[in-house]
Write a protein that binds this ligand. Structure first.
Ligand SMILES: Cc1c2[nH]c(c1CCC(=O)O)Cc1[nH]c(c(CCC(=O)O)c1C)Cc1[nH]c(c(CCC(=O)O)c1C)Cc1[nH]c(c(C)c1CCC(=O)O)C2
Length: 342
């Protein structure tokens, strides 16, 4: 016990080791591409009810682990439980995605207090405890939250899609938007700290909408709030590795890697190499998710390209974004075989 070899492979890479083959998990590995998830999903009235059921959330996490020898489990939840806990109404439209009552258009924005909000997420932390008890010992458990800007875009616009309205709000109501980002950084830090207290081995910040920002806006909307989140998480006594995933950051990814305080970085499919990153920083990614729809030779080539791209770096094999509902479980099984060389 306690020796390096007993540490899950994912945590070894996060502490800077290079492993061959690399550990692998799949972004959004529980979900609609699995028929057993689609069946399970019918047992809850709404998607948020599903997320707030520790039993259903635990079962959803276990489903991909039963099929594939993955090196990590990720909490089953959503980035939008934080706005829900802050008192903004959140619902999911079948086949379309999340909806919220948009802040844009409201004269005065008011939210619940972060600490009270996090107390409302007790079922999520209960799910973390159950998942931790259910997964095999060598499997690392990842907790997560959305990046402050990504969550703010949903709150501002009330939905996904292009982020034009959210960006306009950042110019037109700077004090309000900065206060919202600061609240989200605080609430997210508390949310992650509670997940770690319940058993998460590391955490990931999903900044899925880091794209399309000028450098000054990137600094203000992404770097600064993420710095606040990371600093606060450390001040709360949390020492586990933090993976940041600034999807679509482009050339600004180097700034994100250097200035936010994260320990490892998730790379989207378009990142060509680790050259722009601090040399010892563990990287995670970045296979094109569409290859899990396509399969065959294209998948095999894609896996080789990713392996080569990061062969000199501590690397966690993953996709460049979430797996899609069209992906086939057979292709996922083949991917894991290819990476593990079995
Ligand atoms: C942007 C974002 C969201 N949620 C998430 C992100 C960041 C990652 C990314 O960029 O893909 C993160 C997320 N959402 C979900 C998980 C846990 C599942 C897992 O990773 O194994 C995680 C880590 C479940 C989910 N979250 C959602 C589903 C599908 C809803 C259902 O099953 O009814 C699942 C399984 C709904 C959701 N939630 C969100 C969207 C845009 C949607 C609709 C589109 C979609 O389905 O992918 C917001």
């Amino acid at each position: 016990m306690g020796t390096r070899e007993n540490l899950p492979a994912l945590l070894r890479v996060l502490s800077g080791e290079r492993l061959d083959p690399p550990p692998i998990w799949i972004m959004r590995q529980a979900g609609r591409y699995l028929p057993e998830y689609r069946e399970l999903r019918t047992r809850a009235k709404s998607f948020l009810d599903f997320c707030y059921s520790p039993a259903l959330a635990t079962e959803a996490v276990m489903q991909p682990l039963r099929r594939f020898p993955l090196d990590a489990a990720i909490l089953f939840s959503d980035i939008l439980v934080v706005p829900d806990a802050l008192g903004r109404k959140v619902w999911f439209v079948e086949g379309e995605g999340p909806r919220l009552e948009p802040l844009i258009g409201e004269q005065r924005w008011s939210f619940g207090e972060a600490e009270k909000a996090i107390q409302r997420l007790a079922p999520v932390y209960e799910a973390v405890e159950r998942i931790k008890a259910a997964i095999p010992a060598g499997t690392a458990l990842i907790g997560f939250c959305g990046g402050p800007w990504t969550v703010a875009t949903y709150m501002l616009q009330g939905r996904g899609g292009d982020k034009d309205e959210a960006r306009r709000a950042a110019y037109q109501r700077p004090e309000d938007v900065d206060a919202l980002l600061s609240l989200l950084a605080e609430a997210s830090a508390q949310h992650l700290a509670a997940q770690v207290a319940a058993g998460a081995d590391c955490v990931q910040i999903f900044e899925s909408w880091a794209e399309g920002l000028s450098q000054p806006l990137f600094d203000r909307l992404i770097i600064k709030p993420t710095q606040q989140l990371v600093k606060r998480l450390r001040a709360l006594g949390v020492t586990v590795p933090i993976i940041g995933f600034p999807r679509g950051a482009g050339l600004l990814i180097a700034e994100y890697a250097q200035h936010t305080g994260i320990d490892a970085i998730g790379l989207d499919t378009a990142v060509p190499s680790a050259a722009a990153l601090p040399s010892s920083m563990p990287v995670q990614g970045n296979l094109d998710p569409q290859l899990l729809v396509v399969g065959g030779d294209a998948l095999r080539r894609g896996v080789e390209e990713v392996r080569e791209r990061f062969c000199g770096t501590p690397h966690i094999f993953n996709l460049g974004h979430g797996i899609t509902p069209q992906a086939s479980p057979e292709n996922v099984a083949e991917l894991v075989r290819l990476v593990k060389g079995a």
